[in-house]
Every structure is written in C-alpha cells, then in structure tokens.
Design a protein around this ligand. Structure first.
Ligand code: DSN
Length: 404
C-alpha cells in the first residue's frame, strides 16, 4: 500500500499527504460498504501504461482518428475475454467503453427509449439503484415493482407490467441481497413486448460462476460495474443483443459519452484475464458464506434482516424496531473502525439521509483473505457497535493488522 504515496516522491506534498492519509485509514478502518472492494494488484499496476494520448472515438475497425491499432486490439481482446468468462454471451456485442455502471444504463436508455416511454424497475427502498430511475424520470415515465415477504413478487410484477406496458424492464439492485430470476423476468418482458435490462453490478461473479441464474438469452442488455465482485477498476461494461448493436454504438458516441478511457479499458481487460485465470466460484462462494455468517450472528442476536438473509455479499439490517436509525448505526460502526452505509428499507419511516436500515458488504474481507474466525469476531464487533459500544476500534485494527 505504502508504495502508492512513495511513488509521488516529494514533488506534490499536498496530494501526497492526502494519499498517505487515505492509505493509513485503509490500514486502520475496515471498509464494509456494500460496493467496496480492492482491485487486483495487476489492475492497479496497469494504471501507468501509455494509453492516454489517442482520443480514439469510435469502435474497433471504425475510429475517427488514425493510429488506433493498439486501441482496437485491446478492445477486441477484452471482448474475447468477456465472452469466455460469461457463458451464453457469445451472440451479444460487448464493450468496455462505459465510464461507469450508471453510464452503461444511460447508454441503454439513450439507445432504445424515447421521451415519455415507460421504465419498470425495483423501488429504491426495496433495494433498486438510483441510476434506474432518479435522473431518468426527467425524461421517462418510471414505475416501480416491490418486494413482498422479503422477495420480488413476480406475480405482482407481471400484473403491473400488463397494466403499465413498460418499454424497458430493469432487473438489478444495489441493496436487494437476493438472487434475481431473469428467466421469469424475460418471460414477463416478452409477454408485454418490453425490452429487458439486467444490471449485474452487484452480482457479476455469482452469474459468472453459475451460482445465480444467467441473464443471457433472457435480457437484451446486460450492464455492470467492474469494481465490486470482479475486483477491477472503477468503471462499467455491457453486453448488447445483436439487434441493438448499431443504436447502442451511436448512443455511446456521440450521444452519451466522448472518447473511450483507454487506461481504464486496459484495467478492465486485465481484470477479465485475471477472472478467466482464477476460480471465480470459490471467491463468490466465500463472499456468500461470509455474508451468511454475519446474517446468522445478527439474527441470533435478535436483529431483523431485510429479506431475512442473503444470496450475495450483502446483508441489510432492518433497524426499524431496534431503537437506532441507520445513520446512528453507521456512526457507531465508524467509531469502532468499520465503514458500512445507512440504507433505506421498504416503507422506511425515516428520510434517505437517516434511514432505518444498514447495509453491510463482505467483499473486502474475502479479498483480504479473512478467516472464518475473524469474520465471526467482526460480526461480534458489529453487534456490539449496534448496541452502542464505542471502544472497539483497536479490536478492529488488530484483526486488520493480520491481513496488511
Ligand atoms: N452502486 C452504489 C452502491 O451499490 O453502493 C455505488 O457504486
């Protein structure tokens, strides 16, 4: 870790100080925010490579500038790697160009929707993601499906889809910790003549390894971020069914974004090669296992969980009957050296800035190589933090020190 700040030498003292401060905080504080993870070292190392110069707008074989042979090759290679990794994706077009997951979703909207069209997506308080509706509802009519008894209610979703006739159904979430059934959603989309977008930002590794149902052949678009379960650079990537390749390319450039970020694309290609060479299933299984340990410890201590458990790296605690808010829980944990974020839960009586939920993610523990015993120790620190103990920062630090 220290190598990053040392790299700057003495030339940029203020920036160096900020980097050192962040490096120190990562040694002392365990980041269990649901979307937090640490990239592969190879991905971090790739960030000094010489891919800043050529703007390279366009796509392999059709660029607006000369001298793009290497840019073409890296994008083509990334496509090859992605298709080897995601089974069933062979017939889709793939690109690493989206700057982020949100941008990938915007690219889909700009490619296939007209102002006034209807999007049907999971409600934010039920775990949906802001990029599925917030900015979007300035241009489109946004309708929400919800969760009943802790699960997406597909029957109710079907009735709603028949009623609102969506142009695009979005399947994906950032705090719904359960598997999503793309086969059912694909059927509903077909029946109401809608397109289907599967956003795998929180579930890519589970799909790669076959632990979750694959959206391929059911969804017209599959988007995802690259920095969560897949340990890449912060960014996005997307698969597009062949019929929509042309308008998606146009939506990427010039409609939604400018020149591709080739330094990021190199990082994404390295991430894809790492994933092709490792046992993704082992990593993904461990994430689910660690999350289940924390979920069980919390439930045994009397805490209620949103959806009553998890199929992913996420655990969302329903604090509505616990006497503390999500914000207070977040603050209590931070005092004890743990970052986790306040989160809305369905029918939350508190505003989004306070909330009655807390989202915990375990990816950092998997990446750092935590033992099961240390995951249990951490669960105990989390429990005591929720009860108001404020003297546990050294306990967290001591655990973290074993993995630095
Ligand atoms: N998508 C947001 C999250 O799940 O935390 C941020 O990347």
């Amino acid at each position: 870790m220290k190598a990053l700040a040392n790299f700057l030498g003495d030339r940029f003292p203020r920036i160096k100080k900020i980097i050192e401060s962040e490096e120190n905080s990562q040694i002392e504080v365990l980041n269990l925010i649901g979307s937090a993870n640490r990239p592969f070292q190879s991905v971090l190392d790739s960030r000094t490579l010489p891919f800043h110069a050529n703007p390279g707008e366009g796509f392999p074989g059709s660029r607006y500038f000369p001298g793009c042979d290497n840019l073409d090759e890296i994008e083509n290679y990334a496509e090859e790697l992605a298709k080897a990794l995601f089974k069933g994706s062979e017939k889709y077009w793939f690109t690493t160009q989206p700057y982020s997951g949100t941008q990938a979703n915007q690219i889909v909207y700009n490619a296939v929707l007209k102002p006034g069209d209807t999007i049907l997506c999971l409600d934010l308080a039920s775990g949906g993601h802001v990029s599925h509706w917030s900015f979007t509802n300035r241009y489109f009519n946004v309708e929400h499906y919800n969760v009943k008894n802790g699960r997406i209610d597909y029957q109710e979703l079907k009735v709603l889809a028949e009623e609102v006739k969506p142009n695009l159904i979005i399947a994906g979430a950032s705090s719904y910790p359960r598997e999503i059934d793309y086969a059912i959603l694909g059927n509903i989309a077909k029946q109401v003549n809608s397109l289907l977008l599967a956003d795998l930002s929180h579930t890519a590794s589970y799909v790669i390894s076959g632990l979750h149902i694959s959206p391929f052949s059911h969804a017209h678009f599959v988007t995802m971020t690259t920095h969560k379960t897949t340990r890449g650079v912060r960014g996005g990537m997307m698969f597009v069914a062949q019929d929509f390749e042309k308008q998606t390319k146009r939506s990427i450039f010039p409609i939604s974004q400018g020149a591709p970020m080739f330094v990021e694309i190199i990082g994404k290609a390295i991430m894809l090669e790492e994933l092709n060479n490792m046992d993704v299933k082992e990593y993904a299984n461990k994430a689910i296992h660690f999350a289940k340990i924390i979920a069980t410890e919390l439930k045994d201590a009397g805490f209620k969980l949103y959806t009553d458990g998890t199929d992913t790296h996420l655990v969302v605690i329903d604090l509505s009957k616990s006497g503390i808010s999500g914000k207070e829980a977040e603050e209590n944990l931070q005092i004890n050296g743990i970052l986790a974020n306040r989160n809305l839960i369905p029918n939350d009586p508190r505003p989004a800035s306070v909330t009655s939920g807390l989202r915990i993610g375990v990816l950092m523990m998997v990446t750092l190589g935590f033992s099961e015993n240390h995951v249990r120790d951490l669960a105990s620190i989390i429990l005591r933090s929720l009860k108001g103990y404020n003297n546990l920062a050294n306990d967290t630090k001591k655990i973290l020190e074993s993995y630095s």
